[in-house]
Design a protein around this ligand. Structure first.
Ligand SMILES: Nc1ncnc2c1ncn2[C@@H]1O[C@H](COP(=O)(O)OP(=O)(O)OP(=O)(O)O)[C@@H](O)[C@H]1O
Length: 274
């Protein structure tokens, strides 16, 4: 190791799967999906960490209901914050308040590395990374630092969101990150009288997944309780797999787990052959 003077991405000891959650467009509910996926995985008995790398909108602390600063140990390691069974760290905790995060590439790269390597994660089955919307620097820093199992791409069903989601798919392809699958958020809305309202073109994401030969991981309705849960720091997934509110996130979590295992298996097969 290190004989060439160049180190490629190194697996994090004790962490089985690193999964990025991305979107092309902002505001489609990427963070909501990342947080609820993490909570659902935790409830299913997996050990879960969550890195909030969304420099433009680091909302994970609010959505998980804890906004205090992380403790730093004597040897400069950060202790992740524990909330609802999820260990997390956020760029929002480094620059809290309303000040925007203004950063150049190298500093951003440093922060991503720190979040991966200088946080006391312990043993984790899944480390989820909430990316900023769009394509760019954070993903590159991530793939340079650590091998990813894959990425989940969140979109609404609208043509414009999907147009941007396709760019995100292309970006993951370019940086050789496997796409675990697509999630449609804010899919349809069920009104109190039972009427179903199609707000953003429900079904569009599933069709896009099929076009690209990718897995469709599930859809989440547009539901004011999902928004409320996020604002109150009580993610919808806490309602559990049997509730209408929590169920979609558990279905997505189950599919992510099986795909992650599948991807890791096929990668180790390739390693054995070569
Ligand atoms: N399924 C849903 N039903 C109702 N509201 C939702 C749903 N998903 C997300 N929201 C709300 O929409 C807003 C945007 O969601 P969120 O912050 O998760 O999006 P995002 O894609 O991560 O945004 P960005 O990355 O641009 O900051 C939030 O107020 C959130 O509570």
């Amino acid at each position: 190791m290190g004989t060439m003077g160049m180190q490629g991405p190194q697996p994090l000891p004790g962490i089985s799967h690193v999964i990025a959650v991305g979107s092309g467009k902002g505001g489609v509910g990427k963070t909501t999906v990342a947080v609820n996926l993490a909570v659902a995985l935790g409830k299913l008995g997996y050990r879960v960490g969550l890195i909030d790398a969304d420099i433009y909108g680091p909302n994970v602390p609010t959505m998980l209901g804890v906004t205090r600063q992380p403790n730093i140990t004597d040897n400069s390691m950060m202790e992740p914050i524990l909330s609802h069974g999820v260990k997390f760290i956020s760029v929002g905790l480094i620059s809290p308040g309303d000040k925007p995060m203004v950063m150049r590439g190298p500093m951003l790269h440093q922060i991503i590395r720190q979040f991966l390597q200088q946080v006391l994660w312990g043993e984790l089955d899944f480390l989820i990374v909430d990316l900023p919307p769009g394509t760019g620097d954070v993903v590159i820093s991530l793939v340079q630092t650590v091998p990813l199992t894959g990425a989940v791409v969140v979109s609404t069903g609208s043509s414009v969101a999907l147009q941007d989601a396709r760019k995100a798919l292309e970006m993951f392809h370019q940086v050789k990150v496997e796409v675990i699958g697509l999630v449609e958020n804010m899919s349809q809305m069920v009104l109190p009288d039972g009427t179903v309202l199609d707000v953003f073109g429900a079904g569009g994401t599933e069709r896009t997944a099929a076009q690209f030969g990718l897995e469709f991981l599930g859809s989440v309705d547009l539901n004011p309780s999902v928004r409320e849960g996020g604002d109150r720091g009580m993610p919808a997934a806490l309602a559990g797999p049997e509730s209408n509110l929590g169920k979609p996130f558990f279905e997505i979590a189950h599919r992510v787990v099986s795909r992650a295992i599948e991807i890791s298996r096929s990668e180790s097969d390739v390693l054995e052959i070569s």
